[in-house]
Write a protein that binds this ligand. Structure first.
Ligand code: ADP
Ligand code: MG
Length: 190
C-alpha cells in the first residue's frame, strides 16, 4: 500500500487537452442505468462485489453521495472482489490517493479535500485515472470533467438509517450484463 502525497505543479495545458478528449469520447459511450435499493451495509457490500467482479484493468468508478452514504463501504466490496482485504480500504482524513497492489491493482482516490479539477490536475489525476488497474474515486462529482466518459458512475442517496438508493450507470457492454442481473436479485434474496 502506498500513499501518494499531493505535490503542486502547474499543468493548465493538459487540463484543456483533457476536456477536448472527453468531449470526443462522450459521443461514443452509451450507458445503461440501474437503480437499486440496499437495506443494509451487507447488501451494499454484495452489490459492490458483483460490480467488482465485472471490472477490468483500466476501469474507473466514480462514487457520489453525501458523507456516510456508503461510498467507502462500496469500495471495500469492489476491493474484495479484486482480492484486496476490506480492512485495507479506508478513508484517512488527509490521504487523497492510496494504491493497493493485487492481482488487479486498485487505486482508491478520495477527492473530498481537493478544490476541483485544477487541483486534481496538479496531483497528476490524469495519470492516476489511466493506470494499469481499477480506479475508484470518492466525491467524483468534484472532478466530473476530468473523469473518462466511459467511467462507471455510482450515486448513493441516503433513504434512512440503513437504507440507501444506489444508482449505477455503466457502459452498455456485455461484461456488465451478469452484474445487472445478479445485483437486482440481491435485495430480493437478502
Ligand atoms: P462515505 O464513504 O459515503 O462517507 P462510509 O462508507 O464511510 O460512507 O459509511 C457509510 C456508513 O453508513 C457506514 O457506517 C455503514 O455501516 C452505514 N450504513 C448503513 N446502512 C448502509 C447501507 N445500506 N449501505 C451502506 N452503508 C450503510
Ligand atoms: Mg468515504
Amino acid at each position: 500500500m502506498r500513499a501518494v502525497q499531493v505535490h503542486r505543479a502547474a499543468c493548465h495545458e493538459r487540463s484543456l487537452a483533457l476536456r477536448g478528449d472527453a468531449a470526443d469520447i462522450n459521443l461514443m459511450c452509451i450507458k445503461r442505468h440501474l437503480r437499486l435499493t440496499s437495506n443494509s451495509p451487507a447488501e451494499t457490500l454484495a452489490i459492490a462485489r458483483e460490480l467488482g467482479a465485472a471490472l477490468r484493468p483500466g476501469d474507473v468508478v466514480g462514487l457520489t453521495g453525501d458523507l456516510g452514504a456508503g461510498k467507502t463501504l462500496f469500495c471495500k466490496g469492489v476491493g474484495e472482489a479484486l482480492g484486496i482485504p476490506p480492512d485495507r480500504i479506508v478513508s484517512p482524513t488527509f490521504t487523497i490517493v492510496t494504491e493497493h497492489a493485487g492481482p488487479v491493482p486498485l487505486t482508491h482516490i478520495d477527492v473530498y479535500r481537493l478544490s476541483g479539477g485544477r487541483e486534481a490536475d496538479e496531483i497528476g489525476m490524469r495519470e492516476l485515472l489511466s493506470g494499469d488497474g481499477v480506479c475508484l474515486v470518492e466525491w467524483a462529482e468534484k472532478i466530473a470533467d476530468r473523469l473518462p466518459t466511459d467511467c462507471i458512475q455510482v450515486t448513493f442517496t441516503i433513504l434512512g438509517d440503513d437504507r440507501r438508493e444506489i444508482a449505477i450507470a455503466a457502459p452498455d457492454l456485455p461484461r456488465f450484463d451478469a452484474f445487472r442481473a445478479r445485483s437486482q436479485r440481491i435485495h430480493l434474496e437478502g
